[in-house]
Design a protein around this ligand. Structure first.
Ligand code: MF3
Ligand code: CO
Length: 260
């Protein structure tokens, strides 16, 4: 099944998405606290899964099998250095100087939250720090565009101009997405595009905005495990993602703990 159509959520449904978002935010916080040299990505996966299940929610990535792909076997995606997204956690040990992108999703009463962050392991290079900070800010630039009456292209353009203005490339083959009862709904939310183009955003919609920035070129390659996506040129990549809903209060970031 491809991505589902756009869904307009009721206030009650948005509230379930708030709950799913808070679970994801707590799982991210627990994983972030566990990241250090010497830990394996599989250990981080268990921290995330225990947190999500402990809060009565369901990890959404585990068993996820888009058409033609093997089921994703874990709760988090753990993507290291030149890996962009969809890395499979396992026995790999994190080393000082690595950068790690963690993507987490959870389901509460049928509604999804989806979020990602990139973090340095111990001390990291200035180039890596700048890339991470730029990606975090690119996400915020995109989120700033979210309101009823804006279009998806406003988000795309804000992310792209910020990232490219700093000399980074934005990944094109993977995009953000609508989210609700399915993790991937329409519309697609690319990290490149033109203002005032694309789907019109309305109250009751929710989108996962997820810029992926590379130090080198935007081209990607698929690794032989069937899931992990890396930069074609081996350059470092960072990824941040939040689930954002348009509610009666305006744009609400659902996957951060510090939101009111
Ligand atoms: N946030 C990711 C995305 O939107 C979800 C990971 S896909 C999975 O593509 F297969 F790993 F679950
Ligand atoms: Co996503």
């Amino acid at each position: 099944m491809g991505p589902r159509g756009i869904t307009i959520k009721s206030d009650k449904e948005i509230d379930l998405m708030r709950q799913a978002g808070r679970v994801v935010a707590q799982a991210k916080a627990r994983v972030r606290d566990a990241v250090r040299p010497g830990v394996t990505t599989g250990e981080l996966d268990r921290v995330a899964e225990d947190t999500i299940r402990g809060l009565g929610a369901i990890p959404s990535f585990k068993g996820y099998a888009p058409y033609g792909m093997s089921p994703f076997p874990a709760t988090i995606c753990a993507s290291i250095n030149e890996e962009i997204v969809h890395g499979i956690p396992g026995e790999r040990v994190l080393r000082e100087g690595d950068i790690l992108s963690v993507d987490v999703g959870a389901i509460v009463e049928g509604f999804h939250g989806d979020s990602a962050f990139t973090i340095g392991v111990g001390g990291i290079s200035e180039d890596a720090q700048r890339l991470i900070e730029a990606t975090r800010r690119a996400l915020d630039r995109g989120i700033e565009q979210v309101r009823a009456g804006a279009r998806v292209g406003d988000i795309s353009h804000a992310v792209q101009t910020y990232a490219e203005g700093l000399g980074y490339s934005v990944v094109r083959q993977y995009v953000g997405h609508g989210i609700g009862r399915a993790m991937h709904e329409e519309p697609q939310v690319p990290n490149y595009g033109s203002p005032r183009k694309g789907y019109l955003l309305r109250k009751g919609m929710a989108v996962a905005i997820e810029p992926m920035l590379n130090i080198g070129g935007w081209e990607t390659k698929q690794l032989s495990d069937g899931w992990t996506v890396a930069t074609a040129d081996g350059s470092l990549s960072a990824h941040f993602e939040d689930t954002v809903a348009i509610t009666s209060k305006g744009a609400e970031i659902l996957t951060r703990l510090d939101q009111p």
